[in-house]
Design a protein around this ligand. Sequence first.
Ligand SMILES: [Fe+2]
Length: 292
Amino acid sequence: MAAQKTLTPVHFFSHGSTMMLGEECESATYWKKCGDEAIAHGIKGVIMMGAHWDCLGDKIQVATNPKPNKSPVAYVHPSKYANYKLNPDIPTANRCVEMLKAEGFNAEANPNFDWIHDTYLILIRMFPGGCPPTTLVSMNARFDPHYHMKVGSTLRALRKENYLVIGSGGAVHNLYRNVWGPMLQHRDNFAQENPPEAWAMEFRQAVQDVISNNSGPKLRRGMTRLMKHPQYRDAHATDDHFMSAMFVSGAAGDVEDEGYYGELMAEDWELTNMCNSQYTFGTWGGSMREVA
Ligand SMILES: [Fe+2]
């Protein structure tokens, strides 16, 4: 309990489609609330793994481009993102490289990387008044759950220094099985003309069960095991949007985190079969949430 008082919470956010940047919804409201709370608690910066940047071989990189451009966001008017000023935290990025190297990762700085909406969509939603110093960590394209969990456990120490750790990905995120018609024809990403299909509901529930019933190292085991769930490949045609969930389980699944269960704080189904669940692990000040 005493240790938790000094630890920041950790978020696993499902960023969904690009339209989540422009349309109001429960998730967007929650992202803003998390940003407001982080600012109120004087965070030193954000440490973030997204879902759109991966490195080949055994490499992992940390973004050190001092003036990154933004990749364009389809289906969103540029006025909602073009002028938002990104705030790369170069000293912390270099520190993350050293922390990862010390744990045996083949880590290096990448001074050329431009930021993509998987990360800055969330930052704009959380911090519309200005981006805090932010460090982006890549994934590794082998998409090994235990590797990404260990990236999270390696950087977990930064929670004790008032950095906010965020994973941006998706709980159920299979672009091949989304129903795109209402968005493409009518710009309506929340149409939900039909209920989600059974595999999507099933995997969404499996994620919820693992997170709400496991804490500490059991959370790490449960999250990594989800990639062997019978509906995993239906829910994630590619692994990229589930890697940051592994990262988050590393950052929030230490022995010190036992008893601090993740909680589903907001959720929006989008494009019929994509489940944008927003989870938070731990609380500001270390009070323990009631567990159902
Ligand atoms: Fe994405």
